[in-house]
Design a protein around this ligand. Structure first.
Ligand code: HAS
Length: 588
């Protein structure tokens, strides 16, 4: 079958589970069409090609919110759940509890619909970080909370299946993919507790108008408790692919299985207690805590360095097996353009981008350097080489792969499929170069530059940002083209005829050094305890600071108005909105 990958024999799964995975892949990929469109629009607004606050009746910030929420939250969460089911079921050869799995699906889907209604109606243009004092329609928060709660449920089932399996196989190493999946969902559960508290206890009563003000620092601190761990929740499914799939596709073996386990547990410990590095410029949190979490941030880079060396060694082994000579000759012997191993192309492209994504992340983490780049275009430059790099490429490549295998349908246009990731890499490199360069010369992020700084008729016109935003536009167009090709391949596969037996099958890399089972790296308890202790040490002072120095408390604002919103009402125009209660708060 064209587009088939070398596998290990698939397993038959129930129709219900198959349907669940189809929908969990299909819904976010369909929404991605809106997400990608708004990404392109960002580059158009920002480069000053248009000088308008909206296009096709959608406002700039509404589009940016849709872009961030769909691409970074909905797509990633649905995929993590679908891929989690695929890996756990494939390796443990056990079916999940269907009632739990479908309840999770419906919670996530209804939550997404509610948040989408709020965003599309223009009442939730608060970006994916929804920082107070910007207030969205309550439906946005309720929808987001449902999406998160829905994505908690699989952890229960994954753990239950793992415990069952472990009882029967006490001396067998837990398959690496299952171990990392469980680590990932534990990180997700722990970090989302903070954002759940932020939404349910702080934001919703304030958004409904039941409380007048909100502690902005506390809300931001709780958000970033979640927000940085969130990026590893995005990343770890891609890491599972790098460790357990890529070496096999390269024609080699995983250099060290133990390295993957160490990296996973390091993520468990370091992913959460680093969120304050997003708040280096915030008042209220004292500098000792910022310094401490800044240092822990260098800790969270360690598992990625371990991964870089382990995967590079695995690729070297594969290249030499294919006859490579010399120090770096192995790079020339890898199956970059083999349509039958198209996932290799997606994964290697993601790894390549992550070299730059990682380096820029380390710049961000440096307390002093962060002053230069915070809130500039450098930031989207960084995160498009991480979340739109290994994460996005892993997601779209694996979605096509799983869909094809689970339906027995051949990949549509396999030769086009294999060039998509390289086109995406070219686009991202140009796009992120424009953003990073712009950021270093002060270009702000999250700003419709075309309205002022990139309008030659405006007194604020800043010609230095013309080449930087033009580069970003050129990169954005190439990325959109790559995405268009992806939609053609994905939906072409979905609508083609079944040719083979439908099975769940993942390529499995053998370990070159299959180290003997070390119980410490095959159990969760000591790591969970360490995780709790490190979080308590890092976050107790940050939360206490947020409570001690809360500022005056902020009333509600909507994005279209610089004055606070009336109780329970979203203002429609730029008229002042002060009511008596709010004026008294402001006077205080
Ligand atoms: Fe980040 C802000 C620091 C990783 C995403 N980050 C963001 C934001 C996002 C994001 C979305 O310290 C913006 C949030 C917002 O809206 O405000 N980040 C880091 C650090 C890392 C890091 C230290 N970030 C990620 C990942 C993300 C992501 C992963 C998404 C998936 N980030 C920050 C900081 C900020 C920040 C600050 C806040 C800044 C501010 O002021 O607001 C590290 O985890 C990175 C470690 C990575 C490496 C790279 C290892 C390389 C590998 C590839 C090897 C390649 C091979 C193949 C083998 C050390 C594994 C070679 C093949 C060839 C063909 C050559």
């Amino acid at each position: 079958m064209p587009g088939a990958l070398p596998g290990n024999g698939g397993i038959k799964i129930s129709t219900s589970l198959k349907r669940l995975i189809y929908w969990e892949l299909g819904i976010p990929v369909t929404l991605l069409i809106i997400g990608i469109y708004h990404g392109l629009m960002q580059t158009i607004y920002r480069s000053g090609v248009i000088h308008a606050s909206n296009f096709a009746k959608l406002d700039y910030y509404q589009g940016l919110t849709l872009h961030g929420v769909i691409n970074a939250v909905v797509l990633t969460t649905f995929f993590a759940v679908a891929f989690g089911y695929a890996t756990v079921v494939f390796y443990l050869k056990r079916e999940p509890n269907k009632a739990i799995a479908w309840t999770s699906f419906w919670l996530m889907t209804i939550g997404t619909v509610l948040a989408a209604v709020a965003m599309l109606s223009g009442k939730a243009s608060v970006l994916y970080t929804f920082y107070p004092p910007l207030k969205a329609h309550p439906l946005f928060y309720i929808g987001t909370a449902m999406l998160i709660v829905g994505s908690w449920l699989p952890l229960y089932d994954f753990s239950r299946l793992y415990v069952q399996w472990k009882k029967e196989n006490p001396e067998v190493k837990t398959p690496l993919a299952v171990l990392v999946t469980i680590v990932n969902f534990v990180i997700w559960f722990v970090c989302t507790l903070a954002v759940a508290y932020e939404v349910l206890v702080l934001i919703l009563p304030w958004a409904f108008g039941w409380t007048t003000t909100i502690n902005v620092t506390l809300a931001r601190t709780l958000f970033w408790f979640f927000g940085h761990a969130l990026v590893y929740f995005w990343l770890l499914p891609a890491y599972i692919m790098f460790y357990t799939i890529l070496p096999k596709l390269a024609g080699g073996k995983l250099y060290s299985d133990l390295a993957g386990r160490i990296a996973a547990f390091a993520f468990l410990i370091y992913s959460v207690p680093v969120g304050v590095h997003h708040q280096f410029s915030d008042p209220s949190i004292t500098k000792g805590i910022k310094m401490f979490q800044g240092l822990l941030t260098f800790g969270v880079a360690i598992p990625s360095f371990i991964t870089a060396f382990t995967i590079a060694a695995s690729l070297e082994y594969a290249g030499r097996r294919r006859g490579a000579k010399g120090l770096l000759g192995f790079f020339g012997k890898l199956p970059y353009l083999d349509p039958n191993r198209f996932l290799f192309a997606y994964l290697i492209s993601g790894l390549f981008l992550f070299i730059f994504g990682g380096l820029t992340g380390i710049v961000n983490a440096s307390y002093q350097l962060n002053n230069v780049i915070h809130n500039t275009a450098w930031l989207p430059g960084h995160f498009h080489m991480t979340v739109a790099g290994p994460v996005f490429l892993g997601i779209i490549g694996m979605s096509t792969y799983l869909f094809s295998k689970l339906s027995g349908k051949p990949i549509f246009l396999p030769k086009l499929n294999v060039i998509i990731p390289y086109l995406w890499v070219i686009g991202i490199l140009i796009f992120s170069t424009g953003l990073s360069w712009g950021g270093l010369i002060g270009e702000p992020r999250r700003t419709n530059l075309g309205l002022t700084y990139l309008d030659p008729k405006n007194e604020l016109f800043t010609p230095e940002w013309v080449p930087t935003t033009m580069l970003a536009l050129a990169g954005g167009i190439i990325m959109t083209l790559a995405a268009l090709f992806f939609f053609i391949v994905f939906f072409g596969t979905v609508f083609s005829k079944q040719r083979e037996e439908a099975v769940l099958e993942l390529p499995v890399s053998e370990a070159l050094h299959d180290e003997k089972r070390i119980p410490l790296f095959d159990t969760f308890k000591p790591w969970l305890v360490t995780m709790a202790v490190v979080i308590a040490i890092a976050y107790t002072p940050a939360i206490l600071d947020s409570l001690r120095n809360p500022g005056p408390g902020a009333p509600r604002f909507t994005p279209d108005n610089p004055t606070p919103a009336l109780n329970n009402k979203t203002p429609s125009t730029s008229k002042p909105n002060l009511d008596v209660k709010t004026v008294s708060v402001l006077k205080k």
